[in-house]
Design a protein around this ligand. Structure first.
Ligand code: PEP
Ligand code: MN
Length: 296
């Protein structure tokens, strides 16, 4: 895929040529890049203690391994909800204390990176910042694992080039994330480019997960895309969930109500088996009923 000059040059750290084995990234007891499929779930944005803690307990019961929640939001309009900032990160830390789930949140600048270094376990770089190389290097220097989302118009080389910046800064713990790219779909927010999963795996040793929520923008498309992502070899899924998506302050249209985790996860577990992977389901969770809310 890459020519010789690029392998030994621009992609020397991310290239599989120089590192044939998959990179395995551990976040507490969560492992990316081995047999296990990792499920990340949580609201688009942290909105309140009640919203986050309810979500966290449900997600934990359902078998989710990492809790997500945006606290510094990059919104298209300055009048949209911008996130709770530090308060939101404190709530993530509280949710972790109460459930044991490690937490993921996006960093957008120096201030949010400093806070995330204190309060969160995985720093997310959003699609809009994939090529903000100053931010990539700053986030890398925290030493925390980085969830690097593909820019909405980024090529494979640009995605891997962004990852190379993080590795070059001395941080090898990068998880790539496909989240849909801009095409000419008139029915979905973005177009999920599943072909990048095997394409990345051919040339790069880093784990890659899929975000079917931002890829589709529509609740009804999220589960089918999540299933397809596991079939295509993704190392995990990051999905937006909320106790009441109709009242979500951001991305409600693409957000699953919590009980849908109970339907989706066992389906993903079955598909995982076919592709030689494993998704650990929580034995005590009422998957068969699916609609029960263990938080009540
Ligand atoms: C997100 O995951 O919260 C997000 C904003 O996604 P993206 O950067 O992919 O748009
Ligand atoms: Mn969102």
């Amino acid at each position: 895929m890459f020519d010789e000059a690029l392998i030994s040059g621009n992609f020397r750290l991310v290239s599989r040529d120089n590192h044939p084995d998959n990179t395995v990234i551990t976040v507490e007891d969560v492992v990316f890049g081995e047999t296990e499929i990792v499920i990340i779930a949580g609201p688009c944005a942290v909105e309140s203690a009640e919203q986050l803690i309810t979500t966290a307990f449900y997600a934990k019961a359902a078998g989710v391994q990492l809790l997500r929640g945006g606290t510094f939001k990059l919104r298209t309009s300055p009048y949209s909800f911008q996130g709770l900032g530090e308060e939101g990160m404190k709530l993530l830390a509280q949710a972790k204390r109460e459930t044991g789930l490690p937490v993921v949140s996006e960093v957008v600048d120096e201030e949010s990176t400093l806070l995330a270094a204190r309060y969160v376990d995985v720093l997310q770089i959003g699609a809009r910042n994939m090529q903000n190389y100053v931010l990539l290097k700053r986030a890398a220097r925290t030493g925390k694992p980085i969830l690097l989302k593909r820019g909405m118009a980024a090529t494979l080389e640009e995605l891997l080039g962004a990852a190379e910046y993080i590795l070059d800064e001395g941080n090898p713990r990068v998880i790539l994330c496909e989240r849909g790219i801009r095409g000419f779909s008139d029915f979905a927010r973005n177009t999920l480019d599943l072909s990048i999963i095997p394409a990345v795996q051919e040339v790069c040793h880093l784990p890659i997960i899929v975000d079917p929520s931002h890829a589709s923008g529509r609740r009804s498309l999220v589960a089918p895309l999540a299933r397809a992502a596991i079939a295509a070899g993704a190392d995990g899924i990051m999905v937006e969930v909320h106790p009441d998506p109709s009242r979500a302050l951001s991305d409600g249209n693409q957000t699953l109500p919590l009980p849908e985790l109970g339907t989706l996860l066992p389906q993903l577990a079955q598909i995982a088996k076919v592709v030689g992977r494993n998704l650990r389901l929580a034995p005590e969770f009422p998957y068969k009923l699916g609609i029960d809310n263990p938080c009540k």
